[in-house]
Ligand binder design. Structure first.
Ligand code: UDP
Ligand code: MG
Length: 340
């Protein structure tokens, strides 16, 4: 049997003339307040792109309801009745943005998928440029933020610092890019082989390789509703980004251990010298108690970091499904459903 299927390398349909089917994936969690406006703007855009022949007539928007507790799913069902190119997938419970997005990427077929937020923060006007880049052969097109002036000072400061820390640890990320991107069929297939339990898609996808490019955009304010990413969720995603892609914190423990050992030996030699060659009495409790607390702290911290990695191994060994689909709606053109 051939290991390589030549069909996968044949010229794609849009190279040979027909327009590619480009589907849109939007994870939604309690987005009742904004979804109608999003659907209306995206609908207009889809109509325009189809009329211009940039995307195929079968292209559609897929709204992934991430276990919302408000009327989001009912609204998606209504939208799907109104337009033939609106589909919905409802997850059985809230699994978090990354899992909801993965569900879309794994369940929807097409020549390419564009993932974007449902709150209209991702500027739709760059989509034609993303599709043109794809039609010119880029299989991954990353939307990157030109500026961060819609963020609070705190978020801007921490986000920029975070990208730098990731780069220092050798994690390959696209600077100022989150999850607004176009993916061609081949990177999507490649992504299926990644079985990570804790997803950090913006770190996983650049690892796939393939020809890629970036398109700059200005991120708007959220159209309506509130951010579904409180500080705690953001910190957890940030920590996941570090621990899923780098063993640097574990190595840092080794270095810290080595440093403390060297200092302790030097301290010991100094104490021995004082004891043997001078009449000075050795300083008392401070030199005993302070290093004791310091070492206690360092040891607990190190154990914690090791524990975090161990927990990841534990989670991964269970290999639990990352989402379950409860319902679908609309002129469903997707491939598989179920769990992944
Ligand atoms: N989201 C989701 N599940 C969650 C949290 C958020 O599907 O548990 C979706 C949300 O509906 C939105 C996108 O992820 O479409 C980004 O979330 P949000 O706009 O709240 O994040 P922010 O832009 O504030 O970072
Ligand atoms: Mg947002």
């Amino acid at each position: 049997m051939d290991l390589i299927d030549p069909a996968r390398f044949a010229p794609a349909s849009w190279v040979t003339g027909t327009a590619p089917v480009v589907n849109f994936v939007l994870p939604c969690y309690n987005e009742e307040a904004v979804l109608r406006e999003t659907a209306s703007r995206l609908g207009t855009l889809l109509d325009g792109l189809k009329a211009d022949g940039l995307i195929g007539a079968d292209s559609a928007a897929y709204y992934i309801d991430d276990g919302s507790r408000d009327g989001t799913w009912a609204l998606i069902e209504t939208l799907a009745r109104e337009r033939g190119d609106v589909c919905g997938i409802k997850l059985s419970r809230n699994r978090g943005h990354q899992n909801a997005l993965l569900c879309g990427l794994m369940s929807v077929s097409g020549d390419a998928l564009i993932s974007l937020d449902a709150d209209l923060q991702d500027d739709l006007s760059i989509i034609p440029d993303m599709i043109r880049a794809f039609r010119n052969g880029d299989e991954l097109v990353y939307a990157v933020r030109r500026r961060r002036d819609t963020d609070t000072f705190f978020k801007r400061f921490t986000a920029e610092g975070y990208y730098k820390v990731l780069a220092l640890m050798g994690v390959e990320v696209v600077f100022n890019h989150a999850d607004y991107r176009l993916m061609g069929r081949r990177p999507l297939e490649a992504l299926r082989h990644y079985r990570e339990t804790h997803l950090f898609l913006r770190g996983m996808i650049p690892q796939l390789g393939y020809r890629s490019s970036v398109v700059a955009f200005d991120r708007a304010e959220r159209f309506a509703g509130e951010s579904k990413y409180p500080l705690s969720k953001m910190l957890s995603l940030a920590w996941r980004g570090v621990t899923s892609f780098s063993a640097a914190p574990l190595r840092a423990i080794t270095s810290l251990g080595a440093m403390v050992s060297v200092v302790s030996v030097a301290f010991g030699l100094w104490a021995l010298f004082i004891r043997l060659f001078t009449d000075v009495a050795l300083p008392g409790w401070a030199s005993t108690v302070i290093p004791m607390y310091l070492l206690g702290g360092i040891q607990l911290l190190s154990l914690g970091v090791i524990g975090e990695y161990l927990a990841k191994v534990y989670e991964a060994s269970k290999g639990r499904p990352r989402f379950h689909v409860e319902a679908i709606t609309g002129g469903w053109a997707g491939a598989g459903t179920g769990t992944a």
